[in-house]
Design a protein. Structure first.
Length: 454
């Protein structure tokens, strides 16, 4: 087998990568000061800025964005006339949810069964380490052949649009010939995959009020309108009998014609309990990549422990709606709001607050950059061909970049394969995938630079 100096260098750097990911995961960088102190995000941002400076990046800056978060920027100039590639990741993370359900502390990187566990290990602090590994491997083997910009977002998980608004106000900052979004993942461990589509999203906070205050359920129950019961009925209107999303006026019948997601594999990946049915209709790929999906991600109601026999006067929920390419997220928000208004029972007083939104995205996988990536992935994953899949999640920045820089080629790769269990308890990253994707990204930068030479 022919030696691959880049792969050998990346392999030698993996202990350092683990040490750095340990440091980065330790920051409880949830971009919501109501959950964790803002200082945790600031610490993570400072860490990223320091790492970029140590790699020779210039103009390293902490960008104060309109939503109150900080994004970290740096520029590594390349050879004269070389193309510019923007590398993206985010350092903010989802809350750990039920910390008691974690098998190891969520903010302590822990090795178990060949994987590294910790919140953000895959989504997306591992993506930052992937970028650093690729650049270090190139520097050790002749230098980085392109100009590189790195942008590390500080509020991607909140969907509050800080970096998008900042980029729109400073369009010169992130200009690039190609963009590598390091925040998606392979369809399966060991199967190199680029993401062809992303669903967009809208997030609404819904509140129903029915009474001036809670009432004794024995004295008033049966006639007094229960706000929690009204909310349950309202939320139920968002699904058909089979669990399909049903928002009045929102199309939900699109089909996915690419790589398919076998139902048995999905059940295993999603850890669906035996005997429990999947929801919706069509193929699994239709449901998770090509159609809208509503999820109630939070609800305010009395806890079972300590509850009292009361009719509730007020109830609140947070509703997420994922929307596929071809559907405008703003229009979806309007339809969802109208649906909630039309289906509110018993004349309850409804208030709706929008707390996040992002447009869906479709990549041009026929662009020259994808040819360069396909060649790079053949090297990093011997015997495997690059696949293109959809992703049900959202990365709002993609559409902003596509609008600001229509000539830029945008590629989506990353570490969030199914076993990573991102957004759930016991999130983890495969160190083998981190190593292979770092090799792939390094070779991509070499291939892309060569493709741009006259």
């Amino acid at each position: 087998m022919t030696a691959n100096p880049i792969a050998e260098t990346v392999a030698s750097l993996m202990p350092r990568a683990r040490a750095e990911l340990t440091e980065l995961v330790a920051f409880q960088s949830v971009a919501d000061p109501a959950v964790f102190p803002r200082s945790e995000c600031e610490g993570a941002a400072d860490w990223v800025a320091g790492a970029l400076r140590a790699e020779g990046f210039q103009d390293v800056a902490l960008l104060d964005t309109p939503d109150g978060s900080q994004s970290v920027y740096g520029l590594l100039p390349g050879p004269e006339g070389a193309p510019t590639v923007l590398l993206y990741a985010h350092y903010d993370v989802q809350p750990p949810l039920d910390e008691d359900a974690w098998l190891s502390p969520p903010f302590e990187l822990t090795e178990r069964n060949g994987r590294w566990y910790g919140r953000g290990a895959a989504d997306c602090k591992g993506g930052l380490i992937m970028h650093l590994l690729a650049l270090r491997a190139l520097r050790a083997n002749g230098g980085v052949p392109v100009s590189v910009k790195v942008i590390a977002e500080g509020s991607e998980e909140q969907g509050t649009g800080g970096l998008e608004r900042y980029a729109e106000a400073h369009p010169e900052l992130l200009t690039a010939d190609a963009v590598v979004i390091g925040d998606t993942g392979n369809f399966r461990v060991g199967l190199p995959t680029v993401t062809a589509t992303l669903r967009g999203m809208t997030m609404l906070r819904v509140r129903l009020d029915t009474l001036e205050g809670n009432l004794h359920s024995g004295q008033f129950g049966g006639a007094a309108p229960d706000a929690l019961a009204a909310l349950i009925r309202l939320l139920d209107s968002l699904r058909a009998e089979d669990g399909s999303t049903t928002v009045d006026g929102l199309a939900a019948d699109a089909a996915w014609d690419g790589l398919q997601y076998p139902e048995d594999e999905f059940r295993q990946d999603a850890k669906v309990l035996d005997g429990v049915e999947l929801i919706g209709s069509g193929t699994v790929a239709d449901r998770v990549w090509a159609r809208p999906a509503v999820t109630v991600i939070g609800i305010d109601c009395p806890a079972v422990v300590g509850s009292t026999p009361s009719v509730q006067s007020s109830a609140r929920a947070q509703v997420s709606l994922r929307v596929p390419p071809g559907t405008d997220a703003t229009r979806a928000t309007e339809l969802l709001t109208a649906h909630l208004t039309a289906h509110t029972p018993w004349g309850a007083r409804l208030s709706v607050e929008q707390v996040g939104q992002g447009q869906p995205f479709r990549a041009d996988i026929t662009s020259p950059a994808y040819t360069s990536m396909a060649e790079a992935m053949r090297v990093a994953y011997p015997g495997e061909e690059m696949q293109a899949a959809g992703l049900g999640g959202s990365i709002p920045l993609c559409n902003t970049l596509a609008t600001l820089y229509p000539q830029a080629e945008i590629l989506l790769i990353g570490l969030s394969e199914p076993e990573a269990q991102i957004h759930a308890v016991n999130e983890s990253v495969s160190p083998q995938e981190l190593e292979r994707l770092s090799v792939a990204e390094a070779h991509f930068l070499v291939n892309y630079a060569q493709s741009k030479k006259v």
